[in-house]
Design a protein around this ligand. Structure first.
Ligand code: SF4
Ligand code: SF4
Length: 461
């Protein structure tokens, strides 16, 4: 074991030991395999203290990026309105069960999330929750100072507040890396403006969320003495802990990101604890491994326990569309039962096994959408991953179970992706790939999948 790992494992063990092994209630399962009971039995929500402000933040943070639409789907997709009544109910339920951190952005839910979040939260006393939002100035037309500041002011208006508790430079390192960072925040004086807003108390905590080019992450941390980041949002889960770079050479292992923050005592806010749902829809062999140890606990709860067990984590964000997602997560963190050292090693073995499946690292963020030609990119990639995880991607017609697997692939494809939105209609224009934080070569993957579908259809494997 190398020195860095050894240090980290000791720290990890320390927190697990300190918190002890509290008893927890039963948990349900994601993906419709199990139905959790309506009213789960729970204890107190675990809270973490922010060293800058003393905020006592709930370990479960409500990510407002997959709010329910009136049709019951996530409002990230399609054109349906947000189901405000359901959002209000979920927010009320979350607050009643100890959640006090709500994370939104002008970019979420096709631009509708902040308003819906503001409506739901304004029904509660302002001091009963913390609201986080971001300067999502991705589009070049929002880079001028006035346009970026207008976006910030609009967030205050939509959130119906005169101050933002946690404000982030959104998606640092994405797209054009360092050059884009300079244009979005430095050349236009916007970072100086935000620092002044923090001084004035209209921003209580200033941080950034990181995806992509690690040089930008390193630079911002090197400037910590100058900017005093109050928190940083990173992607952390048990697969990305040591495999993020292997999954995608442009990503950075969560072990590195977390340790760099811990060294500087900067609290970490965690995004993608389920890696876009991949860690709740794991291959059948991994489900068996997890269920054998704790049959009543959901597959997703292991990933949440992993993310929440690190002592430097302030809150773990979960984008919840349905009440049962919220209830399952509440059970996991009310209170958190930190992973033991042995359980940490067990999840690393599960990650080792998952790496044997050659899935595409799509986390369903939808930044590549909409495709001007109507292709449903994430739905295609996720269907491919699901089939791989379930052993339904036959390589040859001679394989046992070929007919069943072929049928599962083709029927599931038509069910999940309407014909006109399938990979065969991709013209390879390449407009999508630059927006993908996972740096997936989308047209190449779609072309590969389409060629495979054709061979399957024609029984030519
Ligand atoms: S490369 Fe294909 S999927 Fe991407 S934007 Fe063009 S047509 Fe759409
Ligand atoms: S292909 Fe990339 S941008 Fe599109 S949903 Fe997947 S991860 Fe996100």
């Amino acid at each position: 074991m190398d020195k860095k790992k050894a240090m980290n494992r000791r720290d990890f063990f320390k927190v697990a030991g300190a918190a002890g092994l509290a008893a927890t209630a039963l948990a349900g399962c994601r993906g419709g395999k199990e139905t959790p009971p309506e009213e789960p039995a729970m204890g107190e929500m675990t809270r973490r203290t922010n060293p800058s402000t003393g905020d006592k933040v709930s370990l479960l943070g409500f990510g407002m990026m997959r709010l329910p639409s009136v049709g019951g789907r996530s409002a990230r997709e399609g054109n349906e309105d947000i189901d405000q009544e359901m959002v209000n109910r979920m927010v009320d339920y979350a607050i009643a069960h100890g959640v006090n951190y709500f994370d939104t952005s002008p970019a979420y839910c096709r631009g509708l999330s902040e308003k819906a979040t503001g409506i739901a939260l304004a029904r509660h006393p302002r001091n009963s929750y913390f609201v986080a939002t971001k300067l999502s100035n991705f589009a070049p037309e929002t880079w001028p100072r006035e346009a970026s500041i207008a976006m910030y002011r609009n967030s205050l208006k939509d959130l119906q507040t005169d101050h933002i508790d946690y404000y982030l430079l959104h998606g640092i390192g994405m797209g054009g890396g360092m050059e884009e960072y300079e244009k979005r925040y430095i050349d236009n004086g916007v970072l100086s403006f935000l620092l002044d807003e923090r001084k004035a108390g209209r921003i209580r905590n200033l941080g950034f969320s990181y995806h992509g080019d690690v040089a930008v992450f390193d630079r911002l941390l090197a400037e910590h003495d100058k900017y005093h980041w109050d928190f940083v949002q990173i992607q952390l889960n048990y697969l990305d802990w040591k495999y993020a770079k292997e999954i995608n050479p442009n990503n950075t292992n969560a072990e590195y990101l977390y340790n760099e923050l811990a060294k500087r005592h900067i609290p970490a806010v965690i995004m993608e604890p389920l890696l876009g749902g991949r860690l709740s829809n794991v291959p059948d062999g991994i489900v068996a491994m997890l269920k054998q140890r704790e049959p009543e606990r959901s597959v997703a709860s292991w990933a949440f326990r992993f993310a929440g067990s690190f002592p430097g984590v302030l809150t773990v964000l979960s984008g919840m569309t349905r009440m049962e997602h919220l209830q399952d997560n509440l059970r996991t963190y009310s209170p958190l039962r930190p992973l033991s050292d042995e359980e940490f090693a067990f999840l690393q073995r599960a990650a080792d096994r998952m790496m044997q499946f050659d899935t595409i690292p799509c986390n369903d963020c939808k930044y590549c959408m909409p495709c001007p030609y109507g292709i449903d990119i994430p739905a295609i990639l996720l269907h491919y991953n699901k089939c791989l995880n379930e052993g339904n991607v036959p390589e040859s017609a001679q394989e046992p179970g070929y007919r069943r697997a072929r049928r599962a692939w083709l029927v599931g494809y038509d069910r999940n992706v309407p014909k006109l939105r399938q990979a065969s209609h991709c013209i390879g224009c390449g407009q999508c790939s630059p927006h993908c934080p996972q740096r997936i070569d989308i047209p190449a993957e779609l072309h590969r999948i389409d060629a495979y579908v054709e061979r399957l259809k024609q029984n030519k494997l």
